[in-house]
Design a binder for this molecule. Structure first.
Ligand code: ADP
Length: 317
């Protein structure tokens, strides 16, 4: 069956997970579905349960704690029947699990054998993917000679060898510099245009905004919001925010802010955020402040997360 013939590539229904040595539930009653051809993002801070959810989806978490149930990928249960899912999917794990004894090309060849891609077909596929990920010149390099960004790109190339219908990426750009992140986003957008379904986890709200059609925001193992990133922000948050970086500066405008009834979020530290749909009003406030002590911008998913949970997405970083 082609992926377009599946109503949902992934279906997750009321899923729980408690680790053997864990006290709290890592995933606590989560449900969502991923339809063909979309880029779906699991978003949330560290410890939200994103990686646990991912591991359950690609069938590697079932021995760690309570048995997995309620998940279907291409119609198969990943805890019991992972092999057909592996043949239809490409996995990019969080860690750079390349074989350092082998060079770039050999790392890909090993996976070709797993997928029964041999001879000139394997050679062509490897050349094509190294070119796609802009690694052609590194073909005979050792893994230790690669930068972090090159290793990530090689792992993505490896995940694409079997021309998967579903690409699963766990924190694909964490720790990478902005240039490499943009390159990876560009490649993922291209794959999506070719019809590939993409599931990724991220704690970067800009990443979710840039490439996801739909996000599922998690906190403490539960869902806090779900939908298109822009529509979620439009629906739940005022359009603009004035961030003021010190209490002293905020005190200059605080009287007017209160009188004019903007929503004020004080993070308990130095930063005060003033939310409003009235851009001009916020701009008037900012004129009373010293340059460098404020930032006037559009609201984003980080603001949404702050409003719903009372904490910042990347607070633990
Ligand atoms: P995220 O990917 O969103 O950072 P994780 O799924 O890694 O979150 O973790 C969710 C929760 O499960 C955390 O409290 C974490 O400490 C716990 N956890 C993750 N892996 C294990 C494990 N192998 N054993 C015990 N607890 C775990």
């Amino acid at each position: 069956m082609r992926s377009s013939e599946y109503e949902n590539i992934i279906k997750v229904e009321n899923v729980y997970k408690t680790y053997k040595n864990g006290t709290a539930k890592a995933v606590a009653g989560v449900s969502f579905s991923v339809t063909p051809g979309v880029c779906f993002g699991l978003l949330g801070p560290n410890g939200a349960g994103k990686s646990t959810m991912m591991k359950m989806i690609y069938g590697v978490s079932y021995r760690d704690g309570t048995p997995d149930s309620g998940i279907s990928v291409f119609g198969h249960d990943p805890g019991r029947n992972a092999l057909p899912i592996r043949f239809l999917s490409g996995i990019v794990p969080q860690e750079n699990n390349l074989d350092e004894e082998l060079n770039v090309e050999q790392n890909l060849k090993v996976f070709c054998r797993f997928y029964n891609i041999t001879g000139s077909q394997a050679q062509d596929r490897i050349s094509e993917l190294l070119s796609f990920m802009e690694l052609s010149e590194k073909q005979s390099f050792g893994i230790k000679q690669l930068s972090g960004g090159m290793k990530r790109r090689l792992i993505i190339a490896r995940a694409l060898l079997n021309n998967p219908r579903l690409l699963v990426l766990d924190e694909p750009t964490t720790g990478l510099d902005p240039q490499v992140r943009h390159l990876i986003w560009d490649k993922l957008r291209r794959l999506k245009r070719q019809g590939m379904t993409i599931l990724l986890t991220t704690h970067y709200m800009d990443e979710a905004f840039q490439i996801c059609d739909s996000v599922f925001i998690m906190n403490k193992g539960k869902s806090v919001a779900e939908g298109n990133p822009q529509q979620l922000v439009n629906k739940h948050i005022e359009s603009y925010v004035l961030e003021v970086y010190s209490k002293e500066s905020f005190s200059v405008i605080s009287k007017n802010v209160t009188e004019k009834c903007c929503r004020v979020d004080d993070d308990g530290a130095d930063v005060t955020r003033i939310y409003s749909d009235d851009y001009e009003r916020l701009r008037e406030f900012s004129k009373q402040l010293t340059g460098g002590d404020f930032y006037l911008r559009q609201s984003n998913l980080e603001d949404l997360f702050l409003k719903i949970t009372g904490s910042r997405l990347n607070a633990q970083q």
